[in-house]
Design a protein around this ligand. Structure first.
Ligand code: ADP
Ligand code: MG
Ligand code: MG
Length: 925
């Protein structure tokens, strides 16, 4: 898997050799009371949640007892066509007995019943993608006993109505593959019923519902379930338990879990584990609570214990954004929650205990922890811990802080920022000056970093549709839920009216480093009318807004954005990165401005300067006119005259770029595209040129038509132009060498390299080399000194790679042009893959788009062959890459493995390539 992280890759190997004997498969792993059969390293087998629950038990944290049914069992379940392996039932029964003994309660017991949760948990966390059912085991037989035991009937009926809501949704609807229309799902319907009771009775919060309300609701809920789903809500604890287990397994193949896996590159074969765990209750009254916390701030990296909690609530409530949660402590209060009581103030003893655990966990795992906890009548229970997702900014700050704290070493610090997160750091923020002048229409919580500007849409489907047409959109939702992921992905930014910093939207956005503001309480959204009201104005679908996800401010209109690279922390980190990096990083730059940006990002040279760039865009008019004249010349004399006029432009550009690179090497590629691309199409340009050449417009048109090709990508271009028109190459050689000679004469440094494109045999290189040598000698004579200049080629045609031993007889360096090499190796037109690439990925014919990440098996082999054969002829042959792949982390890793000297990529990807190269070097240590 290209997208699998290092860590997962390593542990995947471990899982291939399971410790258990094949003859007696063990599917169930117990944990509880300071002991556990699993441990943190068992993530592949037990899923992240199960492995960490086991580990927390081992290190002595209070974890409700339970057991984990392994991912292998899930895989087996699907292999058996949706049936449990035979041995599972006995194993579950045995583990349940142990759990009962530890907790001092029995599952299904009318006097003293144990309730459990069935929790999903895959190897890699997939926030909210899969299912969890709480309060399993509550039924007509156990309700009276639990009421007697807890003396809290309100609590019991609250737990029961929650069970009905979750179970009917997860087990009876989703797991059965029922796909209700938008807003018609059972959960939504039951939610609406609950809401109606609140409205009727004038309640503000769920906690206002009385025992009687809840009891009545449970009856109505069950009736609605029967009516809608055609089945009785199960009243048998064991039936509930197995229903829960099966539903968790099935949720692995739920629609949204699958689409999340596609986005994150998680293999379908992994499966999920099921954690069956004794329930503890945060909804038993005002000395009970539940919360989510991070050992450091996941948005900024701030070293403060950070989180949210809700009194008298059950797990889900915080994440679901149903009530606005309270702040964990005084230090991290914000605009929205400052009026609420913090856990630190409200339950100081429990807070202190929790604070101790978060410190212990961070020390143990040596990384920021994301923690779930529940307080049952003043007693603290830990329900989950995992390495917390974070923004790029937070990743950078935490890495550098933890290094200073000596919690981690330099190597680990480098590895703590993923290349994609670095990308995020290089992304724009709203221009602070524009913000000062801008109109803030709403404030919410800063849930995802950076700035985003876009047109607002109100449904995930619209976000996807609009983005497809190239529009930049902001997805505005009441709150997001897992069904919205694709829309969230497609949007530039996300804005929600509800939810806290640990709500679904916030979690997902942070994971992706996407700009996101949640809990904008003053927004009024009307999904049906597709409008929202904020700051006294109404905004319609398509209106443009700007978000500052680091502050939580929403602005009217589109503000300017700026880059965020002048951060000293970033510089410091990159220095550390370079300590481990051994492979060079250059940039693809065609203008002095690009060159300067890339240098600032740490580029060590230019790996690709496209000569033709000067004929496009700003300031291109004059040189383009000369080029056109050259192209449409009929005779050698005409052409030479035109080339003479073009020469100063080429030389000026080349010189400015070498000057900007100040002594770093610059690889100039000779004119590459087919000439017809430059033939004037508009009548007035044609007329202009006609008068300059002294021929008729009709003649111009005819000459243009003569250049027409059936297949220009493989037509008269690259070195082939130089072969037919040696004077074109000669002009370029002279421009480059004279520019360098003049710089050197002026006491500056210039290191040009000349790269011949689209070659397929060494004779082409020899042919052009003769011209090069002649010009080189002439320039040397004129300046009294030879300009040192490597002569090399771009390897982008399979034949060039296969004959690399010959190519290297003349070429002093190779640069793999992997865009064209991919095109020609696959026979995929890079401009036309849109029509089928999606299907190839969906049907898993290809794992990834080979134009984005190098196809190591095929194109990679072509590269390896080229390198081996080339270096056989010329052992010190310098080798680089200059395709788009040069800035893609997985491809960079590959380049390191095949021993390239450098990668070259676009200026903004230079830091990513530097990190990619460092990570590759670290992995090889
Ligand atoms: P997710 O992976 O979506 O976070 P979880 O399995 O962690 O799902 O459970 C959802 C919520 O229910 C969490 O807040 C969790 O803490 C809570 N929860 C799960 N199991 C229990 C339990 N045994 N007792 C109390 N709360 C629980
Ligand atoms: Mg959880
Ligand atoms: Mg090419």
């Amino acid at each position: 898997m290209a997208t699998t992280s290092n860590k997962a890759g390593k542990s995947a190997k471990k899982a291939a050799v399971p410790a258990r004997k094949a003859s007696s498969p063990k599917f169930v792993y117990y944990f509880g009371a300071g002991k556990a059969e699993g441990r943190a390293d068992d993530k592949n087998l037990l899923g992240g949640k199960g492995a960490n629950l086991a580990e927390m038990c081992r290190i002595g944290l209070p974890v409700p007892a339970g057991f984990t049914i392994s991912t292998e069992c899930c895989v087996e379940y699907f292999t058996l066509g949706g049936k449990y392996p035979k041995s599972l039932e006995a194993e579950v029964k045995a583990a349940l007995l142990k759990t009962e003994a530890t907790m001092g309660r029995q599952f299904g017991d009318p006097e003293n019943p144990l309730l459990v949760s069935c929790r999903s948990g895959a190897r890699k966390s997939m926030p909210g993608m899969m299912e969890t059912v709480l309060n399993v085991g509550l039924c007509s037989a156990t309700i009276p006993g639990l009421i007697k035991k807890t003396k809290n009937a309100r609590f019991v009926y609250d737990a029961y109505r929650r069970l009905i809501m979750m179970y009917s949704d997860v087990v009876m609807e989703k797991a059965e593959g029922i796909e209700p229309a938008e807003g018609k799902g059972i959960r939504k319907q039951l939610d609406d019923m609950l809401h109606q009771v609140k409205v009727k009775k004038g309640y503000k919060s769920d906690t206002d519902l009385s025992e009687g309300d809840l009891k009545e609701l449970a009856v109505k809920f069950k009736a609605r379930v029967k009516e809608l789903l055609g089945k009785e809500f199960p009243d048998d604890p064991m039936q509930q338990l197995w229903g829960g287990v099966g539903a968790v397994f099935k949720s692995w193949n739920g629609k949204r879990a699958i689409s999340y896996r596609r986005i994150e590159g998680i293999p379908d074969e992994w499966g999920t584990a099921v954690n069956v765990q004794a329930m503890v209750f945060g909804n038993m009254g005002d000395s009970s609570a539940t919360g989510v916390a991070f050992s450091r701030n996941p948005a900024t990296g701030d070293h403060h214990f950070y989180g949210e909690w809700l009194v008298n609530a059950q797990g889900e409530d915080v994440v679901a954004g149903i009530r606005t949660p309270s702040p964990l402590n005084e230090a991290t209060k914000n605009e929205q929650n400052k009026q609420f009581v913090s856990l630190e103030k409200g339950m100081p003893v429990v807070y202190k205990e929790l604070d101790g655990y978060q410190k212990k966990l961070e020390k143990h795992y040596k990384d920021m922890q994301d923690i779930e906890f529940t307080i049952q009548e003043g007693r603290l229970w830990m329900l989950q811990c995992r390495v917390g997702k974070r923004t790029g900014v937070a990743a950078l700050n935490m890495a550098m802080d933890m290094l200073k704290e000596k919690l981690i070493d330099a190597k680990t610090a480098v590895m703590r920022v993923a290349p994609a997160q670095l990308d995020e750091l290089l992304h724009p923020i709203l221009d602070p000056a524009a913000e000062k002048a801008g109109k803030v229409i709403a404030k919410g919580l800063p849930a995802g970093p950076g700035g985003a500007v876009g047109q607002i849409v109100f449904t995930a489907a619209d976000a996807v549709e609009w983005a497809k047409t190239g529009k930049k959109v902001l997805l505005v939702r009441e709150e997001t839920n897992p069904e919205d992921v694709e829309g969230m992905r497609a949007a530039k930014g996300i804005l929600t009216a509800r939810g806290g910093m640990t709500s679904h939207a916030a979690l997902v956005a942070r994971g992706w480093g996407k700009c996101c503001i949640v809990g904008c309480g003053s927004l009024h959204i009307d999904v049906h009318a597709k409008t929202m009201t904020a700051g006294g104005s109404i905004y319609k679908e398509g209106d443009t807004l700007s978000l500052n996800g680091s502050k939580g401010h929403v602005y009217e209109g589109g503000l300017n954005t700026v880059d965020a690279t002048e951060n000293p922390r970033f510089q410091e980190y990159m220095k550390l990165v370079d300590k481990f990096r051994t492979m060079g990083v250059r940039t693809n730059a065609d203008t002095p401005e690009d060159a300067r940006v890339a240098r600032a990002f740490g580029a060590e040279g230019i790996g690709l300067f496209r000569t033709e760039h000067m004929f496009y865009g700003k300031g291109a008019d004059e040189p383009l006119a000369k080029l056109r004249k050259m192209i449409l010349s009929k005779s050698l004399e005409e052409r030479k005259a035109a080339l003479g006029e073009l020469f100063p432009y080429v030389k000026r550009d080349v010189k400015a770029t070498m000057e900007a690179m100040d002594g770093l090497p610059v690889t100039f590629r000779l004119l590459d595209p087919p000439l017809h691309e430059f033939v004037p199409q508009s009548p007035d340009k044609q007329a202009e040129l006609a008068s300059e050449l002294g021929i008729s417009v009709e003649d111009i048109r005819k000459r243009g038509e003569a250049l027409h090709e059936m297949n220009p990508m493989m037509g008269h271009r690259g070195v082939r132009l130089g072969v037919t028109y040696p004077e074109v190459s000669e002009m370029q050689f002279r421009a480059i060498l004279e520019a360098a000679a003049e710089l050197i004469k002026a006491g500056k440094k210039a290191i040009p390299e000349i790269m011949v494109p689209v070659t397929c045999c060494v004779k082409e290189l020899d042919d052009q080399k003769k011209i090069f040598d002649k010009v080189s000698a002439e320039v040397a004579a004129a300046f009294g000194k030879k300009v040192p200049c490597l002569y090399g080629t771009m390897i982008e045609i399979p034949r060039a790679s296969l004959t690399a031993d010959q190519m290297a007889q003349t070429a002093e360096f190779f640069s793999f042009g992997t865009n064209d090499l991919t095109q020609m190796t696959f026979g995929f037109s890079r401009d036309d893959i849109g029509g089928f690439m999606g299907d190839y990925i969906d049907k898993k014919i290809l794992a990834a788009d080979p134009f984005q990440t190098i196809d190591q098996r095929g194109v990679g082999e072509m590269i390896k062959v080229g390198i081996e054969r080339g270096r056989k002829t010329r052992p010190n042959l310098k080798i680089g890459i200059c395709g788009e792949h040069g800035g893609e982390p997985e491809s960079v890793k590959f380049c390191f493995k095949v021993k390239m000297n450098y990668v070259s990529c676009s200026p903004y990807r230079v830091p990513i390539a530097r990190l990619g190269a460092a990570l590759a070097a670290i992995a090889a240590i």
